[in-house]
Write a protein that binds this ligand. Structure first.
Ligand SMILES: NC(=O)c1ccc[n+]([C@@H]2O[C@H](COP(=O)([O-])OP(=O)(O)OC[C@H]3O[C@@H](n4cnc5c(N)ncnc54)[C@H](OP(=O)(O)O)[C@@H]3O)[C@@H](O)[C@H]2O)c1
Length: 254
């Protein structure tokens, strides 16, 4: 019997697949039966991701700087030329920073908007073109963050990029519904990945303890987020669009 959570016969494009949540999404989607197109910059770590996938031979990886739109165009043109249709995308590539207002300057903000927002939306434009869109439609998942909905000292730049995804996804959900394209966000709390390993609080036990205490279920694992992504890509969420799914161990319930 076909499970509504199955991704069999689907091709799923995943950015940030060389690390953390993106890598876990690649593993979970392949376990659900999908063919994965894994994007990242670090080729070695992308290959490590491919080694973790079920049915290794059917997947592909592609090293790309997502803010270089010429590079992205060449990559997507090559997929289009191969006749690849995209049933779903997980936009997991992202960067974070902790920066107080006094350290703000206009150039600093641009990089974060470029990677976290513009690059993700640019790819969505590509996959919703007629040639790449399957008749059955597609599902777009953005990795927002609890920081898109609630505040934290020093997080205003990261927060504004994640809030932008929440706002944009609602309008895109309305705009793309007639094409059978669903658009949703996942907002994780703190998940243990290389991104959080490099965060300031990870270098200080007391600070880390405080972050853990904000999550009634403890810190998250990349798989916790990946399973939510599989749901949003699959037919199990066929009537779900324009939503934001908190996967945060209770962070925003407090
Ligand atoms: N970890 C958390 O606690 C947490 C919480 C809430 C939301 N999120 C969001 O979840 C997503 C994944 O986070 P993560 O913790 O898995 O991060 P991560 O381990 O640091 O991985 C980030 C990924 O993004 C890719 N990337 C970054 N800049 C890129 C660029 N310019 N072009 C192409 N790829 C780029 C990296 O590729 P390379 O390494 O190959 O360069 C890497 O694969 C992010 O959007 C993050 O904001 C994370």
């Amino acid at each position: 019997m076909n499970s509504p959570f199955s991704l069999a016969s689907s091709t799923i494009l995943i950015t940030g697949a060389s690390s953390g949540i993106g890598r876990a999404c690649a593993v979970a989607c392949s376990e659900a039966g999908a063919r994965i197109i894994a994007l990242g910059r670090d080729e070695e770590r992308l290959h490590q991701t491919l080694k973790l996938l079920d049915n290794k031979k059917k997947h592909i990886s592609y090293s790309v700087e997502l803010t270089d739109f010429n590079q992205v165009d060449r990559m997507m043109e090559s997929f289009e030329a191969e006749g690849i249709k995209i049933n779903g995308i997980i936009n997991s590539a992202g960067i974070s920073t902790t920066l107080p207002l006094r350290a703000f300057n206009p150039e600093k903000i641009q990089t974060f908007v470029d990677v976290n927002v513009t690059a993700a939306i640019y790819l969505c434009k590509w996959i919703t073109r007629k040639k790449m869109l399957p008749e059955s439609g597609s599902s777009i998942v953005f990795l927002s963050s609890v920081m898109g909905s609630v505040g934290e000292s020093g997080k205003f730049i990261y927060s504004l990029t994640k809030g932008a995804l929440l706002a944009a996804s609602r309008s895109l959900a309305v705009e793309l519904a007639s094409k059978k394209v669903r658009v949703n966000c996942i907002s994780p709390g703190v998940v243990e990945t290389p991104m959080t390993d490099s965060a300031v609080y990870s270098r200080n036990e007391e600070a880390r303890g405080k972050i853990e205490a904000l999550h009634p279920l403890g810190l998250g694992k990349p798989e916790d987020v990946a399973h939510a992504a599989v749901y949003l890509l699959s037919d199990a969420s066929a009537w779900v669009t324009g939503t934001n799914l908190f996967v945060d161990g209770g962070y925003t319930a407090r």
